[in-house]
Ligand binder design. Structure first.
Ligand code: ASP
Length: 341
């Protein structure tokens, strides 16, 4: 069987970090350092190549332009490789994986995001296993076809759909989960795939999008949220969309000033999307009185989307579609498996 080929895209993050000799703080280091620390990669039956961001960064500095950069690297190298591994900081990995999933339509090969909680040079690092298994997953095929043709996050033995993933822990090696969607694969003695949960292979050729519009905001509801805060957020000049992070199944205060502010925002053309603060479950506008008023105000229910997926999806839709009705329609239908029907 021909050797599979995988392109490693290094963006930064703890996985490749070393301590600054002056301050002691961790800062991103080069890809050579990572590969040198995992000699096992050389023993794999996979042809590996790597590219790196000119300056690897902590993922807190990742911006939507970097999502485009990653998607472009995948697109340009799409025919030359069987799969892709993106090394990325864990802090914003779920956002980037979501963003890249929207930018690459009809993706037919694995794009596996991974990273680590401990730098690769540290004795108890989780980087080695995460990296080696991600390469295996990116190279994996079934009946000669890529097994996982999606953007995924792999961490601590579990493979998640990227736009369903969420960082849950900054301390444990099990740093991610995906409450509203099954784990796509478990890495134990064998790699066990949940083939029903994995996306179908596309029929059409891959398409790259290069536009994102980040004129959006998030308003997290909490007891005590003031009219001033809501007014300030809904009054932002040029605001195109507002994600309201609500309670439970999409509930928010019923006070008049709040409902009116949201109504006003919708009336002025802002797309208001209701996403739950809960890690699991979905927004069901109208289930309770406290969400019916949002429905009446023209707020769009975000179903079981994560906030990360909602952010990326709105930026993608606002960047690539000008017709409001089309944006609203696409917002409510699964484009890359980011929400359940
Ligand atoms: N601050 C780091 C980053 O996101 C944390 C990590 O990689 O785990 O880049």
């Amino acid at each position: 069987m021909a050797k599979k080929s995988v392109l490693i895209i290094y963006t930064g993050g703890t996985i490749g970090m070393v301590a600054d000799s002056r301050t002691g703080s961790l800062k991103a280091f080069d890809i050579g350092h990572i590969l040198k620390n995992v000699p096992e990669l050389g023993k794999m039956n996979v042809k590996l190549e790597s590219v790196s961001f000119a300056t690897p960064i902590d993922s807190s500095d990742i911006q939507p332009k970097h999502w485009i950069e990653i998607a472009e690297i995948v697109y340009k190298n799409y025919n030359a490789f069987d799969g892709f591994v993106v090394l990325h900081g864990t802090d914003t990995m779920a956002y980037t994986a979501s963003g890249v999933s929207f930018l690459l339509e009809n993706l037919g090969k694995p794009v596996i995001f991974t990273g680590a909680q401990l730098p690769i040079g540290v004795l108890r690092t989780d980087a080695r296993e995460n990296l080696i298994t991600s390469v295996e997953l990116a190279a994996h095929s079934t009946d000669g076809k890529p097994t996982v043709p999606e953007v995924c996050v792999y961490f601590k033995n579990q493979l998640y759909r990227g736009n369903r993933s969420h960082k849950i822990n900054s301390e444990l090696f099990q740093a991610f989960n995906s409450v509203n969607y099954p784990v796509l694969a478990e890495a134990g003695v064998n790699l066990n795939f949940d083939t029903d949960a994995i996306a179908d292979r596309p029929i059409l050729p891959i398409k790259l999008y290069k536009k994102l519009n980040s004129n959006i905001a998030i308003l997290k509801i909490f007891p005590g949220l003031s009219a001033e805060v809501v007014k300030a957020v809904t009054g932002i000049k040029g605001l195109k969309a507002l994600i309201v992070e609500t309670y439970g199944s999409g509930n928010a205060p019923t006070e008049k000033w709040f409902v009116n502010a949201i109504k006003q925002a919708v009336k002025s053309g802002v797309i208001v999307l209701n996403v739950t603060q809960c890690y699991g479950g979905a927004v069901e506008q109208g289930k309770y009185e406290t969400s019916r008023q949002l429905d009446d105000a023209g707020v769009v229910g975000g179903a079981d989307m994560t906030t990360e997926a909602a952010v990326a999806k709105l930026m993608f839709l606002l960047g690539n579609y000008t017709d409001r009705a089309e944006v609203l329609e696409k917002l409510q239908e699964p484009l890359r498996g980011e929400l359940s029907n």
